[in-house]
Design a protein around this ligand. Structure first.
Ligand code: VGL
Ligand code: ZN
Length: 199
């Protein structure tokens, strides 16, 4: 079994960069460093948050609820976000300076009823995106994660990957966080507990 490496670039999209609908401070600062890293891997995979209009994770879909509030969904607690990364919108597009000559673009969050922070499973922690099968089929065992946001989609993806048995490194310097109510500290603890290396 070959043990190839992949760079997994999480959600480097306009809506997560300054000026976007769910802007992460300094989200665009990491683009040059991510581009420079790409040539050092056997595969480059980009994830793209990709919600239909009216997605259940949008506060606007829940009358009277404000963005950043919590709600109980059938699959567990869920943050209500501003409308973001709507399929086909400019906000859902990759940052214009990001290299997009990678091997695979994996879209997530397209199920209207379930959010998907992780590039591996939807937020029910059960419905797969197909990324695991792709990686195993290509003989990829080692993953380096970069992107946005460190405390949500990078965290969920890294923890899922480690639990699935991949060797996972998160390049913290090439991530930026939302940091909502202690979410960054919690994410760092979760990643450490799952055996993720912080590079
Ligand atoms: C993300 C919140 C909602 C992320 C995506 O990419 O971290 N965060 N959708
Ligand atoms: Zn989203």
């Amino acid at each position: 079994m070959p043990d190839l490496s992949a760079l997994l670039v999480i959600d480097v999209q306009n809506d997560f960069c300054p000026g976007g609908a769910l802007a992460v401070a300094g989200g665009d600062d990491i683009v040059p460093g991510i581009n420079a890293l790409m040539d050092g891997f056997d595969a480059v995979i980009l994830s793209q948050d990709w919600h239909p209009a009216g997605h259940s994770s949008f506060a606007s879909s829940h009358p009277g609820r404000a963005p950043m509030a919590m709600i109980d969904m059938p699959y567990g607690a869920q943050v209500l976000w501003p409308d973001h990364c709507v399929q086909g919108s400019n906000g859902a597009a990759f940052h214009p300076d990001l290299r997009v000559d990678g091997d695979l673009i994996i879209r997530k969050g397209f199920n209207p009823a379930i959010d998907s922070y992780s590039a591996f499973f939807e937020n029910d922690h059960t419905t797969p995106t197909g990324l695991e099968g792709y990686l195993r089929n290509r003989g990829i065992g080692r993953l380096t994660l970069v992107g946005l946001a460190l405390d949500f989609c990078v965290n969920y993806s890294a923890v899922d990957a480690a639990r699935l048995g991949f060797d996972v490194t998160v390049r913290r310097d090439l991530c930026r966080a939302i940091d909502l109510d202690g979410s960054l500290a919690a994410a760092e603890a979760e990643m450490a507990a799952a055996g993720v290396t912080m590079g």
